[in-house]
Design a protein around this ligand. Structure first.
Ligand code: B1M
Length: 210
C-alpha cells in the first residue's frame, strides 16, 4: 500500500490520531500535497456512499470528517500560496441549517491564498449574519456561501436574496457545494459559481478584479 493509499484508508476508518502522521509521511515521501488532498476527498466520497447505503451512520461520518480535518491541518502550509497581493476581504460561511464545513474550510484556505483577508462566519449562518458581516468589515469584495445539503439550498437562495436586497454594494456573491449547479447559482442571483476550492479562488480573484 502506498502512503497515499494508507492516508485514504485511515481517513475512511476515522483514525484521526494516525492521519496527521501519515499525511506528513506522504509529504516526506515526495507526494504532491494536492494528490494527498484529492485522496482524502475521495475517502469522504466513499464515506458518503457507505452512509447512503446504510453501512455506516452519522457518528462514523463525523469521525471520518474529524480525521480528514486533522489531515488537512498538516497539508495547509503546503496548499496555501503566499497571499502576497491583497485583493480585499472575503466573507465566507455555510448557509443556515447546514453544518458541513470541510469543503467550506478548503475554499476559505484557497481564497485566502489567492490574496484575500478572510472572515469565516462558520456553519449554520443565517442570511442576516452575512449582511451584518459585510457592514462590519472594510473593503468586502467577495461573499462566499457554501452548502452541502439539498434541503438547505433554499437557505442559500435566501442568503443571496437577503444580501442583494440589503442595498450594500461593492462586492460579488459566489456560491458552491456539492448539490449546487451553475444553473442554480444563476437562478438565485449569485454572481459566480465554483465546483471546487481551487476554482472558487480563481473565480473570487476574477470577480474582485473585474
Ligand atoms: Co453529511 N451529508 N449529513 N455529514 N456528509 C452529505 C453531504 C451527503 C451527500 C451524504 C450522503 O447521503 N451520501 C448527504 C447529503 C444528501 C443531500 O442533501 N443531497 C448528507 C446528509 C444527508 C447529512 C445529514 C442530514 C445526515 C443525518 O443527520 N441524517 C446531516 C445533516 C447535518 C446538517 O448539516 N444539518 C449530516 C451530517 C454530517 C456530519 C456532521 C456527520 C459530517 C460533517 C462534518 C463536518 O463537515 N465538519 C458529514 C459528512 C462528513 C458528510 C460527507 C460524508 C462528506 C462531506 C465532506 O466533507 N466532503 C458527505 C458525503 C460526500 O460529500 N460525498 C455528506 C469533502 C469536502 C472536501 O467536499 O464539502 O463537497 P465538499 O466541498 C467541495 C465542493 O463541494 C466545493 O469545494 C469543496 C472542495 O473542493 N465547495 C464549494 C464547497 N463549498 C463551496 C463553496 C464555493 C465553491 C465550492 O463557493 C462559495
Amino acid at each position: 500500500m502506498t502512503k497515499i493509499e494508507e492516508v485514504k484508508a485511515k481517513v475512511e476508518a476515522g483514525k484521526s490520531k494516525l492521519v496527521p502522521g501519515l499525511v506528513q509521511e506522504a509529504l516526506d515521501a515526495g507526494n504532491n500535497p494536492q494528490d494527498i488532498l484529492d485522496a482524502m476527498v475521495e475517502s469522504m466520497g466513499v464515506v458518503g456512499e457507505k452512509f447512503s447505503t446504510g453501512e455506516i451512520f452519522v457518528p462514523e461520518m463525523l469521525i471520518a470528517a474529524k480525521a480528514m480535518s486533522k489531515g488537512v491541518d498538516v497539508l495547509k502550509p503546503h496548499l496555501a500560496g503566499d497571499g502576497a497581493s491583497k485583493l480585499g476581504t472575503c466573507i465566507i460561511g455555510t448557509v443556515a441549517g447546514d453544518l458541513h464545513d470541510i469543503g467550506k474550510n478548503l475554499v476559505s484556505l484557497m481564497i485566502e491564498s489567492a490574496g484575500f483577508d478572510m472572515v469565516d462566519l462558520g456553519v449554520d449562518v443565517p442570511a442576516e449574519t452575512f449582511v451584518q458581516a459585510i457592514k462590519d468589515h472594510d473593503n468586502v469584495k467577495i461573499v462566499a456561501c457554501s452548502g452541502l445539503l439539498t434541503s438547505t439550498m433554499p437557505a442559500m437562495k435566501e442568503a443571496v436574496a437577503t444580501i442583494k436586497a440589503s442595498g450594500l454594494t461593492g462586492f460579488k456573491v459566489i456560491v458552491g457545494g456539492a448539490p449546487v449547479t451553475p444553473e442554480y447559482a444563476a437562478e438565485i442571483g449569485a454572481d459566480g459559481f465554483a465546483p471546487d476550492a481551487g476554482t472558487a479562488a480563481v473565480k473570487a480573484k476574477e470577480l474582485a478584479t473585474a
